[in-house]
Design a protein around this ligand. Structure first.
Ligand code: SF4
Length: 266
């Protein structure tokens, strides 16, 4: 019995020790309360068209703020040339950039050209990238696309969407990233973050990534197109998070049309 009581007390102490953490968490959350002191609303579903659309002036203002905060945004995938960028983007499908960046320095030290990648071979490529999801299929694609680059493009990465999309493992999004980062084209690659932001904020609603891309093509002013992709991805990755968007830190909170945003209009 005495033992039980001691255990109970210990459990109580543990609970007490946990309490401040919970309170701190609550205090943190309370920062996102509305001016009326109401608890933050649950994120509303961001169905296409659920948020009102933006005026051209509002979209220009949003991108003007993104540019002022980060004039030269960069992608986060490590690479040393267009070929390694292409490989890194192929490896990043359904994986995080951070996860890809852990594996690629050693891979690119061993093979930074299509010829070296082919010489390395599928088995060794697989060993280098085995920490990345779907690594077996990706290793196969990396070697196959390297072979195709050598056979059809003189070992160079082509600057054409059609040619890029003909490479194994390369879809529209990957082609857009490569065209944008390697060649400076004003393409907008719609990933999960941009898809969410387009629909949630109302800037570019669409049922598919392609629809969101087309909408962004229409509404983003030309002067911002080159970097729009990076600004939106970084915004989605670090501020407009999927589960708990950090609306209190958001540069465009007063412009955002999402009914679920957790701060009042400025
Ligand atoms: S206010 Fe900003 S962070 Fe919040 S939902 Fe809108 S865009 Fe996202």
């Amino acid at each position: 019995m005495a033992k039980k009581a001691t255990r109970k007390k210990a459990t109580g102490r543990k609970a007490a020790a946990r309490k401040p953490v919970t309170n701190a968490g609550k205090a943190k959350l309370s920062k996102t309360k509305t001016a009326k002191g109401k608890a933050p609303r649950k994120p509303a579903p961001a169905a296409p068209g659920a948020s009102p659309s933006w005026t051209n002036a509002e979209i220009t203002e949003a991108f003007r703020r993104f540019r002022a905060a980060n004039p030269e945004p960069k992608g986060e995938l490590q690479h040393v040339n267009p070929f390694t960028l292409l490989v890194a983007v192929v490896l990043s499908a359904q994986a995080t950039d951070a996860g890809v960046n852990k594996a690629t320095p050693a891979l690119f030290a061993a093979a930074d050209t299509p010829a070296k990648m082919v010489a390395l071979g599928e088995d060794r490529v697989r060993d280098f990238i085995k920490t990345i999801g779907l690594f077996r299929n990706k290793a196969k694609n990396v070697v196959a696309l390297s072979q195709k680059l050598m056979a059809e493009h003189g070992g160079e990465v082509p600057r054409s969407r059609e040619a890029l999309e003909m490479l194994p493992g390369v879809g529209r999004k990957t082609a857009n990233v490569v065209l944008n980062i390697a060649f400076g084209e004003p393409t907008i690659a719609v990933d999960t973050h941009i898809f969410r932001i387009g629909n949630r904020t109302g800037i570019a609603p669409g049922k598919t990534p392609f629809e969101v891309e087309q909408k962004l093509e229409q509404v983003v002013p030309a002067e911002f197109k080159r970097h729009a992709h990076h600004w939106l991805i970084l915004h989605g990755r670090y501020v407009c998070l999927a589960r708990k968007p950090l609306c209190e830190k958001c540069l465009i909170a007063d412009l955002c049309k999402w009914p679920g945003k957790t701060i009042v209009q400025k």
